[in-house]
Design a protein around this ligand. Structure first.
Ligand code: KG4
Ligand code: ZN
Length: 357
C-alpha cells in the first residue's frame, strides 16, 4: 500500500477523532476521545458542552495519533478535516485546529464531508490487515448511511460520485434508537443499550409498525417512535405503574421484549430497502456505514440477505462505523487525489449536504 499520508481531524458531533491514513485505505493510527459518558448525564448532547470537550481533548488526541503512528510532520502530506454537516460549535473547533496545523506545518488543507467519510470507511484497512483479505468494493456501490443525524441510501459510481436514492423524511435511525432508548429508561446513547436489552428478550411477540412509504427509497421513523410511546404506556398500565413516573421502570423482561420489537422493525426496513436499491440499480457491492451500522442485528441481516443473492457487503468494524478520524482520512485522500484544496478561509457548514461543496 502506498499513497499520500493524511492527518485527518473529526469533531462534528460528540467524538474527537484524529487519524493518520495512507492512500485513503491504510490506518496508521486512529485515536478517538468519546464524550458519551459526558452526555449520558444529560441524556443527550448539549452542543456547547460538546464543543468545549473537543477543545479540551483535541491536542492530547493529536499527540496520541502521532505517537501511535510513530510519525512526525515530515511524513504527513496533507491535513483533512470535517467541515460539515454537524454541530456548528463542534465543527468550528476541528476546522480551526486543522487550519492552524496546515498553516504552521505548510501542508495542504482538505475539507471533508462527514457523510462521505461514513461511506469511505468501507475502504479502510486496519494496521497490518491483509489487503487481499479485504478487497475494495466494486462500483457501482449502493451505500446505506445510518447515523444519529442522518439516514440515507446513495448510489456511488466512483469515489466522490454520489446519487441520492432516498433519505429519512423525519427522524434519523440513530435518533429513533436514542429516543426509544430514553422511553424504555435505557439511557443515552439508546442504540447500544437497545441492542444489549434486546439480546435478553425471551418473549418476542410485540410487533412494531414498519413504514414502507410505497416503492420509494425514503425512510420514516417518527411513526415508530409514536408507536413506541403508545406501547410503553400500555405496558406500564398493564404492569400497574403510573404513566409518567420516572422513578419506576418496566420489568426487565418487558423492556427486553420492546427493545427487540423496535430493533426488529428498524432493521427490517433498513435491510429490505437497501437490498431492493442494490438490486434495482444493478449494484455490485453494498457498503453500510454510520453509528447504527455498529448494530449486530442490522449487520447480520444485511449480510445474510446479500449473501442470498450473491452480493458482497462491506460493513466496517463497529469502531469505524461510529464517528472517527480514519473515515475522514479515507474520504480526504479521494479529494486530495482529485486535486481539491481548501483555503484558510474554510468555514464550518453545519447543514452541508452529501458531497456538497
Ligand atoms: O455516526 P455516529 O457515531 O454519529 C453521528 O454522526 O450521528 O452515530 C451515532 C448514533 C447514535 O444515535 C447511536 O445510538 C447509534 O449511532 N448507535 C447504534 C449502535 N451503536 C451506535 N444504534 C444501534 N445499535 C448500535 N449498536
Ligand atoms: Zn457520523
Amino acid at each position: 500500500m502506498s499513497g499520500p499520508l493524511l492527518l485527518a481531524v473529526e469533531s462534528s458531533c460528540d467524538e474527537t477523532g484524529i487519524a493518520l491514513v495512507e492512500g485513503g485505505r491504510r490506518i496508521h493510527s486512529n485515536v478517538v476521545a468519546s464524550q458519551v459518558a459526558l452526555h449520558a448525564a444529560t441524556g443527550g448532547i448539549v452542543p456547547e458542552v460538546a464543543a468545549r470537550a473537543h477543545l479540551r481533548w483535541i491536542v492530547p488526541v493529536l499527540d496520541a495519533a502521532l505517537e501511535d503512528a510513530a510519525a512526525d510532520w515530515r511524513d504527513i502530506d496533507a491535513v483533512a478535516v470535517t467541515y460539515g454537516p454537524g454541530l456548528a460549535g463542534s465543527l468550528l473547533v476541528g476546522v480551526n485546529f486543522a487550519k492552524a496545523l496546515a498553516h504552521v506545518h505548510a501542508k495542504p488543507l482538505i475539507g471533508v464531508n462527514h457523510l462521505e467519510g461514513h461511506v469511505e470507511a468501507g475502504w479502510l484497512l486496519d494496521p497490518g490487515e491483509d489487503v487481499a483479505a479485504r478487497p475494495e468494493p466494486a462500483f457501482p456501490v449502493v451505500a446505506l448511511v445510518v447515523s444519529g443525524g442522518h439516514t440515507f441510501l446513495v448510489e456511488m459510481r466512483d469515489h466522490g460520485d454520489f446519487r441520492l436514492l432516498g433519505q429519512t423524511v423525519d427522524d434519523a435511525a440513530g435518533e429513533a434508537f436514542d429516543k426509544v432508548g430514553r422511553l424504555l429508561g435505557l439511557g443515552y446513547p439508546g442504540g447500544p443499550a437497545i441492542q444489549r436489552a434486546a439480546e435478553a428478550a425471551v418473549a418476542r411477540d410485540v410487533i412494531f409498525p414498519r413504514a414502507w412509504l410505497g416503492e420509494s427509497y425514503d425512510f420514516s421513523f417518527s411513526g415508530l417512535k409514536t408507536a413506541a410511546r403508545r406501547i410503553v404506556a400500555a405496558a406500564r398500565t398493564e404492569a400497574g405503574l403510573a404513566a409518567d413516573d420516572a422513578e419506576t421502570s418496566l420489568p426487565e423482561a418487558t423492556v427486553a421484549e420492546l427493545a427487540y420489537g423496535f430493533q426488529a422493525a428498524v432493521v427490517d426496513v433498513l435491510a429490505t430497502k437497501t437490498l431492493r436499491a442494490a438490486r434495482e440499480t444493478g449494484a455490485r457491492a453494498i457498503v453500510v456505514g454510520g453509528g447504527v451500522a455498529a448494530n449486530t442485528v442490522l449487520r447480520e441481516r444485511i449480510q445474510a440477505d446479500a449473501a442470498a443473492v450473491g452480493l458482497p457487503v462491506v460493513v466496517p468494524r463497529p469502531g469505524l462505523c461510529t464517528d472517527n478520524g480514519a473515515m475522514i482520512g479515507a474520504a480526504g485522500a479521494r479529494r486530495f487525489a482529485a486535486g481539491e484544496r481548501a483555503g484558510l478561509d474554510l468555514d464550518a457548514r453545519p447543514s452541508l449536504p452529501l458531497a456538497g461543496r
